[in-house]
Design a protein around this ligand. Sequence first.
Ligand SMILES: Cc1cc2nc3c(=O)[nH]c(=O)nc-3n(C[C@H](O)[C@H](O)[C@H](O)COP(=O)(O)O)c2cc1C
Ligand SMILES: [Mn+2]
Length: 521
Amino acid sequence: MEFLKKISVSALDQQTIAHLKARRVLAILLGGGLEAPMTSHASAKDLRSWIAQLEAAGELIRIDKLVDPLTQMGALLYQSREKALFFEKLPHGWRALGQAPANLRHAALAFGMREEELIPLVAERMVKLIEPVMVKDAPVKELKFRKGEFDLTQLPVHVAGQRDGGPVIGSGLVVSKDPDTGARNVSFHRLQVKGPNKSGILLYPRHTWKNYLKYQEKNQPMPVAIFIGHHPLYYAAASTTAPYGVDEFGVAGAYLGEPARLVKCETVDLEVPADAEIVLEGHIPPHIREEEGPFSEFQDYYVTGTGKNPIVEYQHMTRRKDAIFKNLQNGSEMEGCVFHKVPMSATIFRRLKDIGGGPNLHNVLALPGIFGVVIQMTQRTYGEAKNLLMSALSSEYQHPKVAIAVDADVDIFNPAEILWAINTRVNPSEDIIVIPGTHNHAMDASLPELGAPGTGLWQRLGSKVMIDATIPPPTDAKARAEFERIRPINPKLRLENFAAQESLPVVRALSPIFFGSKLLR
Ligand SMILES: Cc1cc2nc3c(=O)[nH]c(=O)nc-3n(C[C@H](O)[C@H](O)[C@H](O)COP(=O)(O)O)c2cc1C
Ligand SMILES: [Mn+2]
């Protein structure tokens, strides 16, 4: 039995997924859970359970050829907008997951929800904070490396775009604390690798930056712990802008429906997820700024954020024995944007849902480029859409510059339908309103930039626009009737029931989503 156990475990080490299925079978065969290295907490959601879930859903592509992260991986991730990629053969024996979630369908899978109901349900869940728990069994502590024993340049960090300044860890979630209150914060920050134990860091002026300024004022380095590779709901929590002082691990608990499992770091007074793949411990020294960027960013441009940014110096690394790296590529409609879209849309949904006593709000969705948001609603009264649009432009999130309101008959997941609503339901002089002189996102290249990244004056002073593409409210049935959309007689008839046998493959290859597809339900 002991022999079988050993063989099985090392065989599992070789592969990754068949492994997880096999694991369950083996666990039964062996009369209990397996030992490390593949073991994670029985019920813990981690990168491995996520890979298994993607594969079972037919959403994962395995890449078994050798891939060079510096010159090849970016192009493969860029073209995989539909499926997650699992890189089985990377330099130095690494494996890695990317484009997971590649889209909102994957995000819905991670949350265990249907795509249409994802945002309203996440909006409900995100405030049901669950305190994290400290645990003893921590797969991420299987291997420990002190300074000099690890080398960031040996990790399979990839270069995403042609003009990038170098390889950038896009999947690092940064844990820091407010030095005055001890309140914890977790957020995403791009980390350009600059040497065996050094990276740059882009600190957009929000919570981690605020913590850093407090340390800098005391002329002290800010301790940080950065975890790489975990279940996507940890990533969704890190990209949620909770109020300052709220621990995003509590948000992770809310998303997971169970407490995040944490352990103490080895060299800094911080806590990290026990089931992560890799943890880097380090500090951000005060006042030091070095050139960082350009980088393939979320809006699909390189330049924003480039300049004299702070650095991170690393003194320790822990990881699983067979750690799986997480590559995360930005760019419009790439994985990074999925992590922007879900928490941002849900946060704005929460903001709007009680306006004026509770509108008939159906959905909210951040649009490509992230500076736009669409609100789907049925107005109760004339003018109500504009009240909601004002609020969407001024929320926890600094991104929205363009806010569009549409009715329930517009498929907000299909940009063509949103454009159609703007073209056919807007009276420009009444329904398009520009608000000048607003504070906008500092990474919106279309607006004038004041100050530089890494300084307190980094911002863009711009403007915002709301576009009301809603139709008259149901209380004015006559006016509303002018906007009833065309539907064919017998909308439930399907092409495949009428097509000739030889045409069936052509019919089956058709996309189920097209202009008006929702009206045929
Ligand atoms: C993929 C991705 C990459 C991000 N990269 C950065 C970054 O490099 N620097 C930064 O300051 N914020 C970045 N963010 C945004 C913040 O992590 C995010 O807004 C988070 O909610 C901020 O946390 P905070 O509200 O606790 O400050 C990124 C977000 C995502 C989804
Ligand atoms: Mn925060």
